[in-house]
Design a protein around this ligand. Structure first.
Ligand code: N01
Length: 541
């Protein structure tokens, strides 16, 4: 049987099947090959890169510093690659990922244009049977979901969209062909990390830009800059120690650690610290004091500081006020980094539309109609986010022991042990799954930690002739409770964020990532492994 591209479909038996060829899937393949396992990777796209393959929207750039938004597993790779700026662009990250795929000859085990539709555990054979849309059907002892946390894009279901005569795009599924923005009346819906990057990039090209804002967001200057050769040289000379240190940070990034509580220092000292972090740029702002994410009064001081910066930047006081976030503590929605975001509202061709005050009612053939006005548009860009963390996993029909569906098991929210394994789903591993630090960290660091833990686990299973591993329900319950306890000790649950599933109508309101820190989490994972996989049932035979 052949699919449309005349590439034969896969029907064989493998040791491992990996779903996704993004940063996680590629490294997983690399490690499984090192173990000598026959591995196949299925990827929806026609190229590697995952997030960075799909997110080609204007202005797309990572907000972790490029020198550390890299794999650390190969010292040679670290030395030979050079990033052109402090924060890498989407195009540069994608060429890096392509370089990695070529350098380690990874492509030969990847099947592209192969979206996985089902993954079902065959109890009798103790193997995963994985099927794709194009007709592949393989079985494997291990199944590793490397599907990403932010890969299930969500364009809101606004009535009338199908009638719109202009073009519309979602940032997470941007076309591969060039999109002409020049001279167009463009509407951007959404002001999260994606919207805040799109808006300043599109504004100089559009004849007019309308920003449809539902929730004002905290944003900190990224202070992007061209590569600094001296910093690069010094970093490369000390990479080994720096990576070691990074893995033992809370968030997988090197930022000056906070030493004091916000309210334990004088007003002058607080302002000095905030000014210093604001000038440095980057997400380190949220780490200015130790209690910003646990104490509302402390958080207010940081939020007030950012609001004062917005008011000082935006010329029109009404627009400035509308841009000041007031309904959630700073950092409880993902803190956004920007380049000239607030400045963009001083342009005469940019209009902020407050859709909290006057909601979007429908999309008409010629634009967007809100409760109090109609906006004529040639293009709508939905920067409206993702069904995060659970969405990509649940878009696949995953069935564990006894045919139990993951969708059923997770009806009230995700339940995992360590975010990497699920009771009732033996030999299934979820890279950066819900219940792990993942999206609260520099993703590449979290990915490497998970992939290495999973590879070591599989190595152990093979060496000890173990047929199946799965967490005990009690261990899983205790982990879920621990994840919730940690989250509830913070201000995070106060925001209607995608971390909480609040952006998806009907999604259970559960804080999904593990907020205890990558450092603590890594130590826990390593201890569990060292104790012969505490909390897991290992079946021989
Ligand atoms: O998505 P979001 P994103 N009508 O969910 C609004 C990573 N990332 O793609 O807040 C009107 O954050 C929604 O409003 P509200 C990063 O982890 C990283 O921007 O729900 N508005 C919000 O303003 C990030 O957090 C990078 O009220 C609607 C926006 O759309 C994550 O991906 C770059 C609406 C969605 O914001 C997701 O970011 C990009 C509706 N019906 C992404 N529905 C970098 O590294 C939604 N909204 C730089």
């Amino acid at each position: 049987m052949a699919h449309a591209g005349f590439e034969p479909v896969e029907t064989g038996e493998f040791d491992a099947v990996v779903i996704g060829a993004g940063l996680a899937g590629l490294y997983m393949l690399y490690r499984l090959r090192e173990l000598g396992l026959a591995t196949i990777v299925f990827e929806t796209g026609d190229g590697v890169g995952g997030t960075w393959y799909w997110n080609r929207y204007p202005g797309a750039r990572c907000d972790s510093p490029s020198l550390f938004y890299s794999y650390s597993f190969s010292p040679e790779l670290l030395q030979e690659w050079s990033w052109s700026s402090r924060y890498p662009t989407q195009a540069e990250i994608l060429s890096y990922i392509n370089h990695v795929a070529d350098r380690f000859d990874l492509r030969r085990d990847i099947r592209f244009n192969a979206r996985v539709t089902t993954a079902a555990y065959d109890d009798a054979r103790r193997r995963w049977v994985v099927e794709t849309e194009r007709g592949d059907r393989v079985s494997a002892k291990y199944c590793i979901a490397a599907v990403g946390c932010l890969s299930a894009g969500q364009a809101p279901k606004i009535p009338g969209l199908e009638s719109f005569r202009g073009e519309w795009y979602h940032t997470g599924a941007w076309p591969h062909e060039p999109v002409e923005l020049r001279g167009k009346r463009i509407g951007v819906v959404g002001t999260g990390s994606s919207g805040v990057q799109v808006i300043p990039t599109v504004a100089p090209l559009a004849s007019h830009l309308y920003v449809f804002q539902r929730t004002a967001n905290f944003s900190i200057p990224a202070r992007n800059a061209p590569r600094n050769e001296q910093v690069e040289r010094e970093t490369k000379a000390h990479y080994a120690e720096l990576w070691k240190a990074i893995r033992m940070t809370k968030g997988g990034l090197l930022a000056p650690p906070a030493t004091a509580k916000a309210l334990d220092v004088s007003e002058e000292e607080r302002q000095r610290v905030y000014e210093e972090r604001w000038a440095a740029g980057g997400s380190g702002f949220a780490g200015a004091f130790t209690d910003l994410l646990t104490d509302t009064a402390a958080n207010d001081t940081a939020a007030d500081f950012v609001r004062s910066k917005i008011r000082a930047t935006v010329a029109d006081p009404v627009v400035a006020e509308a841009l000041c976030p007031k309904d959630h503590p700073l950092g409880t929605k993902r803190l956004v980094l920007d380049t000239d975001y607030f400045e963009t509202y001083n342009r005469p061709n940019v209009t902020l539309v407050d859709v909290r005050k006057a909601p979007i009612q429908e999309i008409t053939p010629t634009g967007i109609r809100t409760a109090d006005a109609e906006y004529e548009l040639d293009m709508i860009i939905f920067a409206t986010g993702y069904n995060a963390m659970t969405g990509p996993l649940l878009s696949i029909d995953i069935r564990g022991q006894g045919g139990v569906q993951l969708r059923e098991k997770w009806q009230a929210g995700p339940r995992t042990y360590l975010g990497v394994s699920i009771a009732g789903f033996p030999n299934l591993f979820t890279i950066t799954g819900p219940g792990s630090p993942s999206v609260l960290t520099n993703m590449v660091v979290a990915i490497e930690q998970h992939v290495e833990w999973v590879a070591d686990c599989i190595d152990y299973l093979e060496e000890h002739h173990i047929a199946a591993i799965e967490p005990d329900v009690a261990a899983e319950d205790a982990w879920v409770e621990h994840v919730n306890e940690k989250a509830n000790a913070t201000l995070y649950p106060l925001a209607n964020s995608w971390y909480m599933g609040a952006n998806i109508p009907g999604k259970p309101r559960v804080f999904m990532p593990y907020v205890g820190g990558l450092d603590v989490y890594t130590v826990t994972c390593n201890e569990i492994a060292a104790e012969g996989y505490r909390g897991f049932a290992l079946t021989t035979g």
